[in-house]
Ligand binder design. Sequence first.
Ligand code: GLU
Length: 213
Amino acid sequence: MCGIVGYLGNKDSLPIILNGLKRLEYRGYDSAGIAVYNGSVINACKSKGKISKLERKIEKRKKMSGGIALGHTRWATHGEPNDINAHPQFSNSKKLCLVHNGIIENAIELSELVTNYGYTMSSETDSEVFVHLLDYELKNQPKNRSHLDAFCRVISQLNGSWAIAAIVSGLEGILISRNGAPLVIGRGSDNISVSSDVLPFYGACSEVAYIAD
Ligand code: GLU
């Protein structure tokens, strides 16, 4: 268990994501993190321990505001619970990040691949390989291809289980995929949201889509 919440809309996303994460607390977790994209930079904050600790850490920092955001509660499977291994995991360029629940079973092979591509792994997680592969695919695809094309090519390289949500600098959207881990899409009058379950949608989304693997 553990959770993902994402928001794309015209309200300030930070309080929405924090409230969403609190509603997913029942699922259990050992660390939590948030990324907010303000149209030019993706700002993030991560912390081992409770969401209240993450909240205090965010308050001490510069304000994180923006209309696209991801939140994550982690239950560590690869690497100990600490601030570095907490999600979001970032590309070396800091221009893309992702949150992941589940286990990428071929992470060792994929981490060798991304190291050969020239990327530096900074966490012990299985999840981080995804963000480097996505960076690589985005940089090496023909100009007429979309972010979704690159995202799908990375998904096709994965074995295991995942709910994944990624944000990319320059993209007004959230890329998502699930396989063996829950992920639900919600839509309200002013937002499209994504979550591990519907609890974060109450009061904000009037429609829900349960997506298949
Ligand atoms: N396998 C990932 C990690 O250890 C995600 C764990 C989770 O499901 O929260 O970071």
